[in-house]
Design a binder for this molecule. Structure first.
Ligand SMILES: Cc1ncc(C[n+]2csc(CCOP(=O)(O)OP(=O)(O)O)c2C)c(N)n1
Length: 194
């Protein structure tokens, strides 16, 4: 991890969740899922326990199916890098209601803190711009958090925001890992509030 990664991920995610309104939130596996659950459970949260690389694409499908609802993807740098090609598809589909937040700790926290590619040369916001996403940026300072939250929750999408966050030393907060339950309660919540 470089000294770039200073933001408190739990505080950032908690602040984001306070401003989510009735957004559907898809969480990438590992620490981003725990961060979102720790901020408060919701039937409108869809926690991914697997499917590494699929969070942004799942968000795209939801955003297209629910055009009047905000869809927020909260994921990690490792998860996003695994599905990096999805950004080209998202740019092509241009869902205006999709905001993607990448919590970038420059490592695979879940599996033992191996250095990830964003800790070497790669920049996810730059890759998003290259994929054709018109708004993508990276923040490193607390003073930029409010702008990031506004962009993820309300900005005209598709938007990719990257926050350089500290490695997770936070207490693990585990939502249910019953996939059937998570699927049904999310589907019911989305349908009943559309
Ligand atoms: C296809 C696949 N490869 C590898 C894994 C193992 N794995 C689970 S979480 C994870 C790292 C996730 O890193 P990141 O998205 O950056 O999240 P962090 O925990 O660092 O916040 C890895 C490699 C997996 N679950 N699936």
């Amino acid at each position: 991890m470089t000294t770039d990664c200073m933001l408190d991920r739990r505080r950032l995610v908690k602040a984001l969740m306070r401003q989510r309104g009735d957004a559907a939130v898809v969480t990438g596996l590992g620490a981003p899922t725990y961060d979102c659950f720790a901020a408060g459970d919701s039937n409108l949260n869809f926690y991914l326990w697997g499917g590494m690389g699929g969070a942004a694409m799942l968000g795209l499908g939801l955003a297209l199916a629910q055009p009047d609802r905000r869809v927020i993807v909260v994921t990690g740098d490792g998860e996003m890098m695994m599905g990096i090609g999805s950004l080209g598809t998202i740019a092509a589909q241009m869902p205006t209601n999709l905001g993607i937040l990448v919590l970038d700790n420059e490592m695979f926290g879940e599996t033992g803190q191996q250095v990830g590619l964003t800790g070497v040369q790669s920049g996810i916001a730059e890759m998003a711009l290259g994929a054709g996403i018109s708004r993508a940026f990276t923040i490193r300072e607390e003073s930029e958090v409010a702008e990031l939250i506004m962009a993820v929750t309300e900005g005209k999408g598709p938007i990719v925001c990257v926050a350089k966050v500290q490695s997770g030393k936070d207490p693990v907060a585990l939502p249910s890992c019953d996939g059937v339950l998570l699927h049904h309660r999310f589907r019911k919540a989305v349908i009943s509030s559309s």
